[in-house]
Structure formats: C-alpha cells, structure tokens
Design a binder for this molecule. Sequence first.
Ligand SMILES: Nc1ncnc2c1ncn2[C@@H]1O[C@H](COP(=O)(O)OP(=O)(O)OP(=O)(O)O)[C@@H](O)[C@H]1O
Ligand SMILES: [Mg+2]
Length: 260
Amino acid sequence: MAIISTFCKKGGVGKTTFIGYLGHYYATLGKKVLILSADDQNSIFKIFGAEDKIFEQNDDYFEFLIAGHVELGDVLIEVRDNLYLIKTLNTDKLSMKLTLERAQEKVIKRIFKEYAEYFDYILIDFPPSSSRLTEILLDLSDAVLIVVGLDSLGLNGFFNSIQYFIDNDLDLESIKYIIPNGYSKNRRAPKTSLEKLKEQSHDFTPNAIVLPPLQDKSIIKNIQAEGISAFDVVELPPYDRVNKELLEKDLKELFNQIKL
Ligand SMILES: Nc1ncnc2c1ncn2[C@@H]1O[C@H](COP(=O)(O)OP(=O)(O)OP(=O)(O)O)[C@@H](O)[C@H]1O
Ligand SMILES: [Mg+2]
C-alpha cells in the first residue's frame, strides 16, 4: 500500500485533475483506490461527475470518522469500480481541533493504518492553503507529487511549496515526482518555465524526478464539464472521442513512469 499526495501552494494548477486520473487509472488496473479530499471544496467529486454525492448526506464527512461518530466504511463514497472518495467538511475547524488536541493525530494515523488493509493506494488531494491537517497528512505520505503550472506564477508555487516543507520540518525527500502541467508546444513561456523548473528542482529537490509535461488540453475541461473522467468508456462526438483517446494515451504514458 502506498499513500500518495498531490501538493502545490498555488491554486488551479491541476492537482485534483492529476490525482483523480491517477487514481482512476490504478482502479482500471484492478487496484483498490481511496482518494481522500483534504480540500473542503471536494472538487475531486467533479472529476467523476459526482458533485451530488457531496451534499447527499451530511453525516459522512472525514471529520465524523475522526470524531468516532461513524465507522470506516460509512464515509466511503464509491464513484467507479474499485474507486472510493472521502469528503471533508471544514479543514480549518478540523485543524484547529488537531492543534488543540494532539491526540487526534494518533487517531488519523490509526485510521490510515486500518484503510491500508483494504486499499492498494490511498491518494490525498490537497487544497493550495495549508493547515495543521496538511502537515499531518503530508507527513503520513510515502510520496508527494508536486504539480507545477508552467508560467511564472506556477514556478512561484513550486518555490513556495519547497519553502513550506522547510518551514514545517517536512521531509523534502518525500517529494518523489514533479509534474509540470499546462505545456504547449506552440508557446514559448511554458518552455522557458519548464527549463527553469528543471534547474530549481535540481537545486532544491535533487531526489525528485521531473516528469514530461502534461499538455494544455481543452478536452480535459470539456470532459470535466460533463462529469466524464479520462478513463471512462463513453460515447462521444468524433472530435472529442479522438482527443479523449489521445489524452488517455498521454496519461497512461505519464502514469507508467511513476513507480510507487
Ligand atoms: N493539462 C490541462 N489542460 C487543460 N486544462 C487543465 C489541465 N489540467 C487541469 N486543467 C483545468 O484547470 C482547472 C484547474 O484544475 P484542478 O482543479 O485540477 O486544479 P487544482 O490545482 O486542483 O485547483 P485548486 O487549487 O483549486 O484545488 C480545471 O478547470 C481543469 O479542468
Ligand atoms: Mg484541487
């Protein structure tokens, strides 16, 4: 079992998209996958067209599990074969509680240990903001994947993420992969940003592998608007079908380079 997180202290760079597709890919390979939304926007549900599940019930948030009000199975929301999500209600409040009651940290560790018996992968989707919960969950992660937007703000996000690790005494060596996102062959800025990112990664995270960049693809936005994941088998108009097949192929190539 591996605990894998996507993190970046910059919003909208593709963390949720990446971890959602990675999780779905592993699930299609027959692995049992759990994705915990540590982001109270719970946008991971959108990747799978399951937003209605966020509000369907109001007693199945991660917080209820930590508080001991519900059982491990009660908070799992199945969105695809082998793929389950957990939603979060209010990470700020939860973090406050964690800061006040250090014993809660042990509860979270125990919960993960128990889930580890059922799942091959536990993935965590983080918001760009951070809290005590962020620290605890990053510390629990076997591998952290930093998703970086390929523009100057994106590079700042990478730098701030490294700074965050250092400030909070988190192990920089747990950063195993860096995923540049938003690459475009026809634009110069992403190319320059990619070169800079490689240099910065060489300096700050020498043990991390910078993966080939994920292209800026409009098909990603199109299928997400329809609640279709990259690995769903669905009927699409010809143009979208071709683009979705290309996306699937690119993602598989990328994911197969991740050894965890
Ligand atoms: N490679 C890509 N090409 C085109 N659009 C993309 C790509 N990756 C992500 N997107 C789009 O960018 C937007 C932000 O993506 P996503 O929600 O995954 O980012 P995030 O880092 O999780 O954001 P937040 O910080 O709000 O959690 C979404 O609309 C998504 O569809
Ligand atoms: Mg997100």
